[in-house]
Write a protein that binds this ligand. Structure first.
Ligand SMILES: *Cc1c(COP(=O)(O)O)cnc(C)c1O
Length: 460
């Protein structure tokens, strides 16, 4: 069925190749292969221009929490567009959706967090974090507290600031990043880097790297530590239970602001409103985006503790903001998205039905000859592909087998992403038992196909 005067697939692909530069893409390689054209979606299912149905195991890019096809969100946005399509919040003015969304977020956030600074994306939220924590300390009379400590293999966005806070070596390699004043410690990735330590011991060791970095840099020069509760883009790195309590202790002991990047974990992914609720983290700042609107409109924000908000208040004007901070139509989408999460008890569905059920099936995949570890918390899961289980040694050429596996997944009608040789999933939160059965069956078939292909090519 053609809609919106849809051109034939080959023509769309040709025009796309001629005029569209894709994010995080080797354009030349992509254009040789041709893009997949997604035309519509409903629930957890995508449909491409050739009529194939694909189970979206990644909720778009970790964001379509309430699933596709929610007409209510479209209607809320349309209502807002007719009423007030745009106004800024710079000129001593505000508007109804901004007020209502700020109020709602203060309600959902931990009790000591009652304010939000709006922006358009997760990257902008993290750029805001850099400027906010540095200005906060300057306003406290400690202008030397400028260094922000992040982690290797973290993802905090793709702007100059977000890339710098993040710890992706390949991203740093392009464009002379990170910016000065950002320091990275190692990640709590037990499967990849835990060596002979047991996971809990390793969690403590990796948290103590923060304490060592603070000592090396000087506590009077460190502004903040930033981390995702669970690293998403880095490969769904679920920290050992020992990790977060030790990080919390260290930040408190040295009076370092703790920033929990909730862009993926926020809004129900772990069955709680925030990843910080799940891990009992007490953050000073929480950047959010993605699930805030389930991706229906681009919106992000930084949720700010009373302490930081009051401290900033002593610093006079904060010279920061975006034209689209608190965009009315985006706020309307977020409000309607949160209403759906609440009215349909979607967090309870995640914590009591979907996450335990998927985890059962997911952990069973660890029996597969290609899988060295399977792990899942909430609706974020990973599978580690290895050549010689139970040995944790990786394939010699990192990413080759992961990419092969991802391509087989697509062919089987499943979006499962490859991070190196780690396969990750994060489906929409509304996924039901029957769909979880399908996801697990498709993942297993994909592993079988990948194994068969490796054997056929003599790689195993
Ligand atoms: C996606 C992501 C970001 C960046 O968000 P954008 O909206 O793509 O700018 C930041 N932090 C985390 C943890 C993310 O997953």
């Amino acid at each position: 069925m053609l809609r919106f005067n849809q051109k034939p697939t080959a023509e769309l692909q040709r025009i796309d190749a001629d005029h569209h530069l894709h994010p995080f893409t080797d354009t030349k390689a992509l254009n040789a292969e041709g893009t997949r054209v997604i035309v519509r979606a409903k629930g957890i299912w995508l449909e491409d221009s050739d009529g194939n149905r694909i189970l979206d195991g990644m909720a778009g890019l970790w964001c379509v929490n309430v699933g596709y096809g929610r007409d209510e969100i479209g209607a809320a946005v349309e209502r807002q567009m007719r009423e007030l399509p745009y106004y800024n919040t710079f000129f001593k003015s505000t508007h109804v959706p901004a007020v209502e969304l700020a109020d709602k977020l203060a309600d959902l956030a931990p009790p000591h967090i009652n304010r939000v600074f709006f922006c358009g994306s997760g990257s902008e939220a993290n750029d805001t974090v850099i400027r906010m924590v540095r200005h906060f300390w300057a306003a406290q009379g400690q202008p030397d507290r400028q260094v922000i400590i992040g982690r290797k293999n973290a993802y905090h966005g793709s702007t100059i600031g977000g890339t710098s806070l993040g710890g992706m070596a390949a991203m740093h390699g392009q464009g002379g990043l990170p910016i000065p004043g950002i320091h990275h410690i190692d990640q709590p990735y037990w499967f990849g880097e835990g060596g002979d330590m047991d996971p809990e011991e390793f969690g403590i060791a990796r948290a103590r790297e923060l304490e060592k970095a603070i000592a090396d840099i000087g506590a009077d020069k460190v502004a903040a530590f930033i981390a995702e509760p669970i690293q998403g883009a880095g490969g769904v790195v679920i920290p050992p239970d020992s990790y977060w309590p030790e990080i919390g202790r260290i930040c408190k002991a040295h009076d370092i602001l703790l920033v929990a990047d909730e862009v993926i974990c926020g809004f129900g992914r772990l069955g709680t409103w925030f990843g910080s609720d799940y891990f009992s983290i007490e953050p000073d700042l929480m950047p959010v985006a993605k699930g805030l609107s389930s991706g229906y409109q681009p919106i992000g924000g930084v949720l700010v503790s009373d302490r930081v908000a009051e401290g900033l208040g002593e610093g006079g004007e904060f010279f920061h903001g975006y034209t689209y901070s608190a965009h009315p139509a985006c706020c309307a989408a977020a409000l309607e998205n949160i209403r759906i999460l609440e009215d349909e008890a979607i967090l309870q569905h995640v914590s009591t039905v979907a996450a335990p059920y998927l985890k059962d099936k997911w952990m069973a995949l660890a029996d597969h000859p290609l899988i060295g570890e399977s792990r899942m918390t909430g609706l974020m899961g990973a599978l580690e592909l290895v050549p010689n289980k139970p040995d944790r040694t990786r394939f010699p050429e990192v990413g080759k087998v992961g990419t092969l596996c991802r391509d087989h997944a697509f062919r089987n009608g499943l979006v499962m992403r490859a991070v190196g040789d780690t396969m990750v999933v994060a489906p929409p939160l509304v996924i039901d038992r029957n769909e979880i059965d399908q996801l697990a069956a498709l993942a297993e078939k994909t592993l079988d196909d990948t194994l068969a292909a490796l054997k056929a090519d003599g790689l195993l």
